[in-house]
Write a protein that binds this ligand. Structure first.
Ligand code: SF4
Length: 202
């Protein structure tokens, strides 16, 4: 079932709420400012967004904080149709190392990443449920290096576990990735050259 059109599913949800004159609340898990730039520009037209920065996979603290501060700066500098706020999640890299134990040598895109996604999306699902959000999702599907099918499967499962709706997405569609590069230049965003964990640092 790798051929699901997640963008079409997102279009369907947006149209449904637009036809009812609704602006649902969305908890958007964000990995970094460049990836979030397009997602925020696009989704903030239709949702009331809270950015959820929960990334214990970035075990180098300076890197973690740099990406967080870039995210905060981006949100403060962008113009949105509906307001966007930022919430920082707990930061404890031990949660990541525990989740991926035994998978440290896996190639990027493999089982280590699956566990890393599950850790972050499970936390986002809990946060969305506790905060009474209508939906939650992640910016991670914008990356051409990330498996959108895997992310959507994991997100939907986390949503089912915690009783909150997962918003399907594949943000690289509709030229999303290209637009994120344009926006990153416009806002002079820091673009890291590795995913986040020390195993992806090369
Ligand atoms: S490469 Fe990226 S997605 Fe994979 S485990 Fe490392 S930080 Fe997580």
């Amino acid at each position: 079932m790798n051929n699901i059109n997640y963008q079409r599913e997102l279009d369907r949800v947006i149209s449904l709420h637009q036809s009812r004159g609704e602006t649902p609340r969305l908890l958007l898990h964000v990995c970094c400012a460049p990836c979030s730039s397009y997602c925020l520009e696009y989704l903030s037209r239709y949702f009331l967004i809270t950015v959820y920065y929960y990334n214990p996979n970035i075990s180098i603290k300076e890197e973690y904080l740099h990406r967080l501060h870039e995210e905060q700066r981006l949100v403060s500098e962008m113009d949105f149709v509906n307001p966007v706020t930022v919430v920082e999640g707990r930061y404890d890299p031990r949660e990541f190392f525990e989740a991926v134990r035994g998978l440290e040598q896996e190639p990027e895109g493999g089982r280590r990443c699956e566990k890393c996604f599950a850790l972050r999306l499970d936390s986002a699902a809990q946060m969305a449920r506790d905060g009474g959000y209508d939906y939650f999702t992640t910016t991670l599907t914008i990356s051409p290096l990330k498996n959108a099918h895997m992310l959507n499967e994991i997100g939907a499962a986390a949503g089912e576990t915690h009783g909150v709706k997962w918003l399907y997405s594949d943000f690289k569609k509709k030229e999303g990735y290209k637009r994120s590069i344009v926006l990153s230049k416009k806002y002079n965003l820091y673009r890291q050259n590795y995913c986040g964990c020390i195993f992806s640092r090369g």
